[in-house]
Design a protein around this ligand. Structure first.
Ligand code: GAL
Length: 692
């Protein structure tokens, strides 16, 4: 018995050590901020780092856009200025995240080697300037990137002030696709590796349609919607292109990671910062990094949020979803850029609500993050982002409203560290309701190519389920399909269109063994190539859900339909499945109008020791999805806790944190034995409550 205990404890210690190599748990979270020494007078650097440290920051972040200054002419590296900046940061006790500068090639490079530039869908070469305008596929760009990365890695390998590395910056082409000849060539190689024979590709791409048959891989071009006359060439080809594009990005990052790892000290980490909601690349394709991190801007005129001030508070689930998504790859994550205040690039750029930045900081903390960093310390006085706030304003020294909120948060974290107890266990009742949400980027890509209604929004649909779970105070792991599901009492699979029989079998076993499986619209409609089976509609999941899907419908907002469940009405228009339940399958909700009024759209069945629920509607506001999830938990006898509107609740390291994203005061009910650390139970908009 003793021996078993010993082995188990070594195992636990090992896991903890693996996590703690870079981030000691007793620090809880460490906070830092971007700095651009190359843009400021060197006489001000010392002052700026001192002010940064005085405000409470513990690390800084430099060089991601400084290639032109680091290699002013080909092969001539100049690290002197950066050495000085790194040294001064260290003098003020600030650790440094150094970045590889591949996001911004210098003009000598793009002029001498124009073949490195992205070729836009219209066939034009991207212009030099801005960033991310280089091709991931270009051999020349890879060669030149390797050289500077190696030079930097060797130079800073053992610098004690260098804490870790960020590769590139927000790897992506910011929504553009790359038609560079090198990408074209790599695509053909990628296809050959995948399909082996041209016949296999023809079959997978369905090229018998519209005379699309290829006889040789060399005939294939990257599909380009801008140059196609009408419609989608082959949906499978488009999805393959997305997969290829994400692979090219991942391999460019991996190439840099390898060079760094070969040269730097073991205690320096390597990561990159993906945009939190960007879906042209796939962060999960880089498991070789020590961890992945994300960038986050909740208020830029693109969300209504909750209530009149919601547009200043941000979307309630945006930070939480990113925390749970990015953490899932390695069990470690951080936010590399968290909005400091007003930005410049939104449709319009409102001031965040008073306290909103502080609220986001605590929401980031509550998701288990090891570090939080902000873009940027000083508001720029020139360049494309001069209207963008920093921690300090245009005079370079006076803290702006967000800067003050960062300082407040950092003071609070220092207090919290004193209350930290190692290895706190998640409260049982909370842990017992933990759900997994199964995610695969392929489904975002496929439903993007064939949305079937202009209003289909795969990510938005997934967020309805994520938000539904979180609003019931359920901790969520966002997992990929290979994850062992057996420890989760509830598993949610939203709009998972592309499946194979093995995956469906895995879900079936999960339910048979006692799990509660929830599937939603579009799930299981196609195989991995995006083909339907030669069988009745959705045949792949009919046995699992205990029903036939006889038809689906969609409307626009002016013709929204109604769903009836437990005497409540819910509104929908984007997607509705009509279901014909098998014997023994319960009907939970039906259509309340249209010519199919009375037909089932939410069903539930027992399967082995567990249950399967199918939700055949995408509701307008996610309220139907939340109500069904609640019913699933109630039915399974698992306790949940409905949270007031706009409240985000999380537990980490022995602390509970509640954030209010709504425009009104919300009351938080605390158990009588709790002790409040910060905030009050009547939470103002953007208010934070922390308790033990
Ligand atoms: C981020 C980007 C930064 C900066 C910032 C402005 O997406 O990584 O370099 O442009 O936006 O909000």
């Amino acid at each position: 018995m003793k021996k078993i205990f010993f082995i188990v404890s070594i195992f636990i210690v090992n896991i903890l050590q693996a996590q703690n190599t870079f981030f000691p748990p007793e620090k809880l979270v460490q906070t830092g901020v971007y700095y651009y020494p190359e843009a400021w007078n060197p006489d001000q650097w010392d002052r700026d780092f001192k002010n940064m440290a005085d405000m409470g920051f513990e690390f800084t972040h430099m060089a991601e856009f400084a290639w032109a200054q680091l290699e002013p002419t080909e092969g001539n590296f100049n690290f002197k200025w950066l050495d000085k900046a790194v040294e001064l940061a260290g003098k003020h006790g600030l650790k440094v995240i150094l970045c590889t500068p591949s996001a911004t090639p210098p003009v000598w490079l793009t002029q001498k080697y124009p073949e490195v530039l992205v070729v836009l869908p219209n066939g034009q070469q991207a212009m030099h300037g801005t960033r991310e305008h280089y091709s991931w596929s270009s051999p020349k760009y890879k060669e030149l990137t390797s050289k500077i990365v190696e030079a930097m890695a060797k130079h800073y390998a053992n610098n004690p002030n260098v804490w870790g590395w960020q590769i590139d910056n927000e790897p992506s082409h910011y929504g553009s696709l790359d038609y560079n000849p090198a990408a074209q060539a790599n695509f053909r190689v990628w296809l050959k590796n995948k399909y082996k024979t041209i016949d296999a590709l023809n079959k997978a791409w369905g090229t018998a349609f519209w005379s699309g048959i290829y006889s040789d891989f060399n005939q294939i071009e990257l599909p380009n919607a801008d140059r196609l006359i009408s419609g989608v060439a082959s949906p499978t080809s488009m999805v393959d292109m997305k997969r290829f594009n994400a692979d090219e990005c991942a391999s460019f990052i991996s190439m840099q990671n390898k060079i760094l790892k070969e040269n730097i000290a073991k205690n320096q980490f390597v990561t990159t910062n993906f945009m939190s909601s960007h879906t042209d690349v796939d962060p999960w394709r880089n498991p070789d990094l020590d961890f992945i991190s994300y960038t986050m801007y909740p208020v830029a005129g693109y969300t209504n949020g909750i209530g009149k001030q919601g547009f200043r508070l941000g979307d309630q689930w945006m930070i939480s979803f990113a925390n749970d998504f990015f953490r899932s790859l390695k069990g470690i994550t951080g936010v590399m850029e968290l909005q400091p205040g007003q930005v410049n690039w939104g449709t319009f750029n409102p001031q965040p609500y008073p306290g909103a930045v502080h609220n986001w900081l605590w929401n980031a903390f509550s998701g288990g993050l090891d570090f939080i960093c902000s873009y940027r310390f000083r508001q720029p006085i020139f360049g494309g982002e001069q209207f963008h706030y920093g921690m300090v304003g245009t005079d370079g020294v006076t803290p702006l409203v967000g800067g003050k909120q960062y300082s407040q948060f950092m003071r609070e974290i220092k207090q919290l560290r004193k209350l930290y107890t190692p290895n706190s266990l998640m409260p049982k009742e909370y842990a017992d309701r933990k759900a997994a949400l199964v995610f695969n980027m392929d489904n975002i890509w496929e439903t993007g190519v064939q949305p079937q209604t202009a209003f289909w929004n795969e990510r938005g649909h997934i967020l309805k389920y994520y938000g539904g779970l979180k609003s019931l105070s359920v901790p969520v792991d966002i997992v990929n399909e290979t994850k062992d599901l057996s420890t989760y009492p509830v598993v949610v699979v939203p709009a998972f269109q592309m499946v194979d029989p093995q995956l469906v079998e895995k879900w079936m076993k999960y339910a048979q063994n006692g799990g509660n499986l929830v599937l939603s619209v579009r799930t299981g409609l196609t195989d991995r190539n995006g083909h339907f089976a030669q069988a009745p509609w959705a045949a792949m999941i009919s046995n699992l859900i205990g029903a036939q899907i006889t038809m689906n419908d969609m409307m626009d907002v002016n013709h929204a339909g109604k769903i009836l469940m437990d005497r409540n009405n819910y509104s929908w228009y984007v997607w509705g499945d009509m279901l014909q339940p098998d014997n023994g399958t319960e009907v939970w909700a039906t259509f309340a109008d249209q010519f199919y009024a009375g037909k089932a759209t939410v069903i539930h069945r027992k399967l082995g020791k567990g249950t399967v629920t199918y939700i055949g509607t995408d509701s307008n506001d996610g309220k139907l999805e939340t109500a069904v999830l609640k019913k699933v938990y109630d039915n399974a006898g698992i306790q949940i806790k409905e949270l007031p509107e706009g409240i985000v609740l999380n537990w980490r390291d022995g602390f509970w944190i509640a954030n209010n994203y709504s425009s009104s005061i919300q009351h938080i009910d605390l158990p009588s034995n709790s002790s409040i650390i910060f905030g009050k139970v009547d939470l103002e908009p953007a208010g934070v409550l922390v308790w033990k």
